[in-house]
Design a protein around this ligand. Structure first.
Ligand code: FAD
Length: 117
């Protein structure tokens, strides 16, 4: 059986992948409902994240660095910055946030309709 640290790392990688992909597909010009939906999602996400230590630390980061929801770029860069804060805590290398929107292509295709909120 895999050790706890390995499982926690695996969960983290899967979660960050989904997290950054959601932000990279967030509307470029969100309306108020879309902004509220993302803000609520992020707060609830922090509350239900199954690693308790991680969730507590992340909730603290959200209080200090509130989610930026004015545009896709703002949201994606905010997500990149908070992930870098976690990287810093774990002594991992800093990721170059200028690549964030191209690194997290969902494979959904540009022609497809963006999700409805
Ligand atoms: P990860 O940090 O999982 O990153 C996966 C990949 O994303 C990297 O290989 C890189 O390609 C890319 N990446 C790296 N940085 C960024 C960035 N800033 N923006 C975009 N992409 C990037 N673990 C703990 O031990 N303690 C904690 O308190 C903790 N808190 C966490 C909180 C949350 C909300 C999440 C989702 C995870 C948390 N984790 C925590 C797990 C931890 O962040 C890592 O996921 C895990 O240690 C595996 O690390 P990794 O080196 O494989 O890369």
């Amino acid at each position: 059986k895999m050790g706890n640290a390995t499982l926690r790392a695996e969960l983290g990688r899967s979660t960050w992948k989904l997290f950054h992909t959601i932000l990279a597909r967030y509307p470029e010009k969100p309306n108020n409902l879309e902004r509220k939906t993302l803000e609520t999602f992020i707060q609830l996400f922090a509350q239900v994240y199954p690693c308790g230590d991680c969730a507590r630390h992340f909730t603290g980061l959200l209080a200090k660095y509130p989610p930026q929801t004015t545009s896709r770029k703002a949201a994606a860069l905010w997500g990149c910055d908070v992930h870098n804060k976690v990287n810093e805590k774990l002594h991992k290398p800093e990721y170059d946030c200028s690549k964030i929107l191209t690194d997290y292509d969902c494979g959904c295709g540009e022609d497809e309709k963006a999700p409805d909120y």
